[in-house]
Design a protein. Structure first.
Length: 400
């Protein structure tokens, strides 16, 4: 190598070293906070069998054994991903995995099932998965005319179909009579459900009824009957179209679609993801409004408030918020709604996300996330106890 090239190469090494030193210096200048700490596990889960790949990974839940369930959409794989599924096949790779996958705590796939079957209508676009205290599996759907919820045993046996399938009009802009799907006052059907969240003690499920309707609906977990519902601020829900969100405009008195989660807590509250309005609203379980907080309020389009999970201590002291537009997990004090720290970033590598969509925690405090759009992935973030962390952690890569 010439002397000139050696000098140039040495200059690049020095520059890179200086950047690394500068980055560490910036991190050391950040204020530190006491918060739960996490590291991504780049080896979890283990590779899928049968040349299976995932489409949009649109929900994640954890059962009583710390088994992790996800639901994804087979029909969102592109041609390259689905080469063996084309007619004629274009390659040996790949095949869409069944919609519901169950993993044990070590990341082994232990069961896969789902899709159309006898006695029920599989959603046109499955969305969200939650596991109750008996390890039954609840699935919603946000397809064009999805208007029902499915409840299965953990091995995929249908237990209940709640609401009338395909009751949402294909043209949802038309005026709809009272008590039909696509109406936020309906007592019989739903309007493109984002997620079903469970209050096992009260035997109630909170439905973020959410991609056409604009309400939280509460149902009896045994009968499936709607017991009550409400809109933003505890108002009677309205299907009024308020137009696109603007951070400079007054907050509107209703949820915007999609209303994306409604998570009950041990102390009688419900935390609601008003996704495109960039806000969390908190209610009592009877629908009485308590308070709200705005999250990254300059976020447009998909919005910042995608899904919520809680820490596993009895007080559920910490709230974990998935922001699939800005590609962050916010660690928040649940009572004050203060953001303590955040981690993650946009990208394809472990610890990064492309549209982090859903979040859940297991009994050990670990966090699990799934990604929609082209993310198509399940990741695990290992709980490392409490400690001092910077306000903005970036990618939480394992420490040596």
């Amino acid at each position: 190598m010439s002397k000139r090239k050696l000098i140039l190469a040495g200059g690049w090494v020095i520059a890179i070293a200086m950047l690394a030193v500068g980055q560490r210096a910036l991190e050391s200048q950040q204020p530190m906070v006491e918060a739960p700490m996490f590291e991504v596990d780049p080896f979890w889960p283990k590779p899928l069998p049968n040349k299976w790949v995932l489409g949009n990974a649109i929900g994640v839940g954890v059962d009583s054994r710390d088994h992790v369930y996800i639901v994804h959409r087979q029909d969102t794989m592109n041609e390259a991903e689905n080469g063996a599924g084309t007619n004629p096949p274009t390659s040996d790779c790949c095949k869409g995995a069944p919609p519901v996958l169950e993993f044990d705590p070590q990341g082994n796939l232990v069961k896969a099932w789902g899709g159309p079957g006898e006695g029920y209508v599989w959603p046109g676009s499955n969305h969200g998965i939650s596991i109750d205290k008996n390890d039954n599996v609840w699935i919603g759907g946000n397809g064009t005319n999805d208007s029902h919820i499915l409840k299965f045993s953990r091995d995929g046996k249908l237990l209940m179909q709640i609401g009338t399938p395909n009751a949402v009009p294909l043209d949802s802009t038309k005026v709809k009579p009272r008590h039909t799907a696509g109406n936020s006052l309906s007592m019989e059907h739903f309007g493109r459900v984002a997620k079903v969240s469970l209050d096992n003690t009260a035997n109630e499920a909170y439905v973020s009824d959410g991609y056409l309707n604009k309400r939280v609906a509460v149902i009896d977990m045994t009968t499936g009957k709607i017991k009550r519902f409400w809109g933003a601020y505890g108002n009677v829900p309205s299907d009024t179209n308020y137009g696109p969100y603007s951070p400079d405009s007054a907050l509107i008195p209703q949820f915007r679609t999609p209303l994306h989660c409604a998570e009950p807590t041990n102390d009688g509250l419900v935390y609601v993801c008003d996704r495109p309005n960039d806000r969390i609203q908190v209610f009592q379980k009877d629908g009485k409004f308590v308070k709200e907080v705005r999250i990254a309020p300059k976020t447009l389009g998909d919005g910042s408030v995608w899904d919520i999970a809680f820490s596993k201590d009895p007080q559920q002291k910490y709230l974990y918020l998935a922001d699939g537009k800005n590609e962050k997990i916010y660690v928040m004090d649940r009572q004050s709604l203060e953001i303590l720290t955040r981690f993650g970033d946009g990208g394809r590598q472990p610890g990064q996300w492309f549209a982090v969509h859903s979040i859940a925690t297991d009994s050990r405090g670990n966090i699990f996330t799934t990604e929609t759009y082209e993310g198509k992935r399940l990741q695990k973030f290992v709980y490392k106890g409490m400690g001092r962390v910077p306000r903005n952690q970036g990618v939480v890569w394992p420490k040596k």
